[in-house]
Design a binder for this molecule. Sequence first.
Ligand SMILES: Cc1ncc(COP(=O)(O)O)c(C=O)c1O
Length: 396
Amino acid sequence: MDPFNTMLSKRLESIKKEGLYRRTLPFAHRESAYISFQGKKYLNLSSNDYLGLASNKKLLLDFYKQLEKTNCLEKFSPGAGASRLMTGNSKLYQDLEDQLASLYKRERCLIFNSGYHINIGILPSLASKKDLIVADKLCHASLIDGMRLSRADVLRYRHNDYDHLEEILRKKRTAYEQVFIVTESIFSMDGDTADLRKIVALKKEYAGTLLVDEAHAVGVTGEKGLGLSEEHKVVSDIDLFVGTFGKAYGSQGGFTVCSVPVAEYLINTSRSLIFTTGLPPVTLHWLSFVLKQIKSMHDARKKVRVLAQKLRDSLREEGLQTDGSTHIIPVLIGDSQKTFNLAQALQKRGYWVTAVRPPTVPAGTARLRLSISAAMQWQELADLPGHIVDCLGENI
Ligand SMILES: Cc1ncc(COP(=O)(O)O)c(C=O)c1O
C-alpha cells in the first residue's frame, strides 16, 4: 500500500479500537416498519420515517399510478438538470414553496436540497463578522458546520439552560450588530424539546434573530404537523424556521419559511443553494403529494406519541435509563464499545437498533437511539425493553 493509504489504514485501526468504526450497509426492501439485511428481517428502530410514508406501499402505488392516468412524465423526472438559479427551477418548486408558505402563514418558503444543505447555507449567508451566534450545546452537526462556515463569533449555551443563554446575551449582545440564537426544537439524539416560548421571549428582549431547526418535529408535532413551534404557538416568532423533508416527509430536501428579504438574500448569497443541482422533479412532486395528506394525519401523529410514551415507560420499568419526551428515545449506556455490542446483540434478536457514539454525542454518553414510526404496532415493541436487559446481562 502507498504511504497515504497506509496512514489512513492506521487511523482506521485506532477508530476501530475506540469502538467508533462506522459502515454503510446494503439494506433491502422496506415493508412497513421492517428492513431486510442479508436475507433477515428486522424491526427498524433506526429510521426517521416517523409517519411511515416512505415505506407505505399503498401511498407509493397511488403516487406512481398518476403516471398511467395523465401525461405527466415531466413531473417524474429523476433530475433537475441544473442548479435552481440556472434552469433547474420548476413550477413544482414554486407550487410547493407557495403551499408551505401559506400553511405556515409566512411570507416566503425556500427549498434547499437537504436539511444539511440548509444548515450549512443559512448562517454563513446571514451572519457576518460583526455578529454573534449563540447556540444550544447539543445542536446537530449540520448546524455546527454552518456556524463554522460563517464568519460570526460563536458561543454555546448549556443544553436547554436558558439562564445561561440569557447570561451570554446580557454580557455580549451590545458588542455585536446582530445576534443569532440557534436551537433544535426536538433534539435529534436526546428526544427532548426546547422551550420555544422562553427562547422567543429572550430573542425579543435582546433583539435577536431566532433560528429553530424543526427537522425531527415537522410532520410529527403540532395539530397540522407544522412542528413544535405550532404546538407552542410561536410559528410567526421564528425568523428562520428550518424543516427537512428527509424524515417524516419520507423524502429528501429542506426548507425554511421566512420573510421575503431573508428568502431573497439567501437566493443571492447562500452557496449551498446556488452551487448545486436542484432537487429532482419527482421528489418535489412527491412532496406536494404527501403535504396534502400530512396536514390531516392526526391519527398517525397520535399513534407515534402513544407508542413512544408506552415504550419509554416500559424501558424505565425495566430499570433502563432513558430521557426526553418524544418519538426519539435514547437508552443511555455510556461506553461506546458496550453500546455497539448491545446494538449488535439486539440485531441478532431481530431489532435494527443503532449505537450512537461520539462524536455524534458527547464522550461517555453513547446510547441506543430508538425512533418510533406510525407504521409500528405496540406488540412489535413490547418485548424490546426485556431484550435490552437480557443482552446487557449477557456481559456483552
Ligand atoms: C437536527 C437536524 N437537522 C438537520 C439534519 C439534516 O437533515 P437532512 O437529513 O435532511 O440532511 C438532521 C439530520 O439528521 C438533523 O438531525
